[in-house]
Ligand binder design. Sequence first.
Ligand code: NAI
Ligand code: MG
Length: 487
Amino acid sequence: MNFVEVVGIQVDTRHFIGGERIASTETFTNTSPIDGSFLGEISRGGTAEVDLAVTAARNAFPAWAAMGPAKRGALLLKLAELVEANIENLAQLETMDNGSLLRSHRRGVMPRVAMNIRFFAEWAINELKHEVFETRGHSNNISWDPSGVAALITPWNAPLMLATWKVGPALAAGDTVVLKPAEWTPLSASFFADLTVKAGIPAGVFNVVQGFGREAGAALTAHPGISRISFTGSVPTAKVIAHAAADNLTPCSFELGGKSPLLVFDNADLDLAAELAVEQYDNAGQVCLSGTRILVHESVADVFAEKFRDRAAKLTQGDPRDPETDIGPQIHQTHFDRVKGFVDRAKTDGQSIVMGGEPNSELGGLYFKPTLVKNPAPGSEIVTAEVFGPVLCMQTFTSDEQALEMANGTEFGLAAVVVSGSRAHADRITKDLVAGTIWVNCFFVRDLRAPFGGSKKSGVGREGGNWSFDFYADVKNTVISPNGWKE
Ligand code: NAI
Ligand code: MG
């Protein structure tokens, strides 16, 4: 069976290679986190399929690269329009496959998918100026040339959004692409592949190989025929990929996990702080950027905690298709067990769990209650490791110095949220925070022009605007002398 029908939408279960659908003899089972229902047997790729896809992408590369930004852009803008026309289908599919809220997919995530394509297509046309500056009369001419085949490995927490955050700039830069979506959420990438055909993107420019990380992912990242690896996922997997890339010296861009602080100062608007803190449960906590360590000034801790509790108590957990739902299920039994394991060990260690701390027994399945751990033992697992579930920790501080020390005191540096009532104070704090993105009195405001990535173990490199092109392209400087010209 080469197709599955999910909520009335037909999705091909085969790989998409060189413009064709190719089946593997082996498959893996895809399920829905909403209720565990079966969503299909999916082609399970390995070395052979990866070889085919990289070859197809390499063959398609010269013509795609030669088209230039404007012609590529016209096709990519068509693709963005097709995504927009399919927002409802994509939202329904993604919600079934990964259990994130349908209303978020409709309103925010899928429109963002279209933006990811459109923004980078337009940036390549309008913003990547071939800069010129002079050195003793010589001109430096900087260009961003297509580099080859980009290998893109993506996670399951925002499958198509995170995939197109890479696919958009890679294709706009003139690279061709092999995408390996996460094995728990293959459907949206397959549906998207059909849209690339409808948009007129030439065969082989965009390819999808489905399968497990240790099979398809490992074969792809070790392949000598690729020119770039962009990966979003966990730190341990990034290390494996870095080793695989080392033999070919393939440049890597890594966007990894976090244990981001959310700092609430004594001069903060505590209603705003509580609102922002509760937002950290978004996507059932399966967000790399989530500010999972709430650090609050001791003098306002009790008032803040009460406001937080009041707001958290209003969160509705349930079926992500229900518009009233705020928190859906965890993605997969394996992940659910992992999240529960963190909380169970915290309990065994005698940590104070003041909210949640257990599966939602009314709902059963993969639903884990929003959880708060108060004053976790410093250095303990629950406050240092990325849980990637609806689990927040709350700690107190008594000075800015201590707040900064705690905020910066993990191996991660992806994001930070600062809630402060004084601009001068917030400026002093943000200057000393180590993080790729800091939000002051807000959360999740993201502009595709801005750099995005992590410090320390949270990532390698930055993407967004020019940073994306600096990575996917071969940046070239041509120095031209004023002398030696005959015409
Ligand atoms: P993972 O990092 O193993 O998976 C992400 C992607 O990498 C998937 O497509 C997977 O197939 C692929 N992959 C796995 N092993 C590979 C290999 N050897 N070579 C090439 N590709 C490989 O993440 P996983 O196991 O799904 O989740 C574990 C933890 O990772 C989570 O609990 C969370 O803490 C973190 N995570 C962070 C994400 C982020 O957005 N930064 C996203 C997903 C997970
Ligand atoms: Mg699934």
